[in-house]
Design a protein around this ligand. Structure first.
Ligand SMILES: C[S@@+](CC[C@H](N)C(=O)[O-])C[C@H]1O[C@@H](n2cnc3c(N)ncnc32)[C@H](O)[C@@H]1O
Length: 344
């Protein structure tokens, strides 16, 4: 039977459908998988993030109880390194409670196996997070895992992308829409003068819920993801398989479907939900300002040549402009009372 579904519904099924979705079955985040994330490239990445978290904790007055909540923890590598690094700082270590909000049951199992030694609370859904402590949310490559819609204006008429499915044969087609139905969610001003819009209704909804928690706990949220800063939007939808671009319509459930984050729009959504954006910068700038090069120098002292080569090759991948350094951005949003700009 022929099925016609919105693009975001198709992506949602491809990524999260029970047992068949890309994130709900055997997925790997290292060199054996389809893509590799910064925590899985270099331990230095998670170490520097931990130092930033500790500085943030100090800046808000070293609360005796402090919750760190990782959003979408993948294979658990970043949480593993954050907990290990935290142990060196005993006051901080005594204050911190670790949480993971993870949607995929399969990945939750992977995380529990890797992190079995540590005290962590897992939560399926942000609605279920409850705490009276000061808090900080953290998400690396979390935002790009949400399904998107695409809208296009052709000769003054707006269309939305739909996927037509007939068994394994799929095409993307335009369907005429009344743009007014997106006025509330996107804002009339934002739509004005645009011919193309790419956005994730489920991410907007998630940020709305997240912002309520951030405001309630006088906290913040740090996101790291690939994307761009300009106001206009580009068609950035892509499939990734075996570290290469791949057609999103083929091999449903076997391909990562992702997109670039428009940080201008993300900032608007965070602001619309009453949060203050303290800074946006590139991953390369952030990590350098936080002292990643000095840390690498310290670690490589008196080490054999092959160790140094490995360490610096990995460092280069995450900070070099031609690799992940420029494409990846870091954004920190918080309760309005917090002014913390370290790293930006
Ligand atoms: C691209 S992976 C990144 C994994 C990890 N942060 C890393 O850097 O290696 C996205 C992660 O977010 C999770 N995820 C996606 N949508 C989610 C949601 N709405 N709530 C919780 N987790 C979600 C996925 O299951 C996966 O663990």
């Amino acid at each position: 039977m022929k099925k016609i579904i919105t693009l975001d519904k198709f992506i949602y099924q491809a990524l999260y459908e029970k047992k068949k979705g890309y994130y709900t079955k055997n997925i790997s985040f290292d060199k054996h998988g389809d893509f590799i994330t910064s925590p899985n490239i270099s331990v230095l990445f998670s170490e520097i993030i931990t130092i930033w978290i500790i500085m943030y904790w100090q800046n808000i007055g070293r609360p005796k109880k402090f919750d760190l909540i990782e959003l979408g923890a993948g294979n658990g590598e970043m949480m593993f390194q954050i907990i290990n690094t935290s142990k060196i700082f005993s006051d901080f270590n005594n204050a911190i409670n670790f949480y993971i909000i993870e949607k995929s049951d399969y990945l939750k199992k992977v995380q529990k196996k890797k992190l079995y030694k540590f005290k962590i609370k897992w939560i399926n859904n942000i609605n279920k997070f409850k705490s009276k402590n000061k808090c900080l949310f953290l998400g690396n490559e979390f935002l790009d895992a949400f399904p998107i819609k695409q809208l296009q204006k052709i000769k003054n008429t707006w269309y939305e992308k739909y996927v037509h499915e007939y068994y394994e044969s799929r095409t993307i087609n335009n369907k005429k829409i009344n743009i007014k139905k997106y006025h509330n969610i996107l804002g009339i001003e934002f739509i004005k003068n645009k011919n193309f819009i790419e956005f994730s209704p489920s991410l907007i909804n998630f940020i709305k819920k997240l912002s309520i928690h951030v405001k309630k706990c006088y906290g913040g949220v740090l996101f790291i993801d690939y994307g761009y800063l300009k106001k206009s939007m580009i068609n950035s939808l892509q499939g990734v398989k075996g570290h290469k671009k791949y057609n999103i319509l083929l091999d449903k459930g076997e391909v990562d479907i992702t997109h670039l984050i428009n940080f201008y729009f993300l900032k608007k959504i965070l602001n619309d939900n009453g949060l203050n954006v303290n800074g946006i910068t590139t991953q390369g700038n952030f990590l350098r300002k936080m002292g990643i090069i000095e840390r690498a120098e310290l670690l490589s002292k008196n080490k054999i040549f092959s160790y140094k080569v490995n360490l610096y090759n990995r460092l280069k991948r995450i900070i070099d402009k031609k690799e992940m350094g420029d494409l990846f951005k870091v954004i920190f949003a918080s309760h309005k009372s917090i002014k913390f700009k370290k790293g930006f």
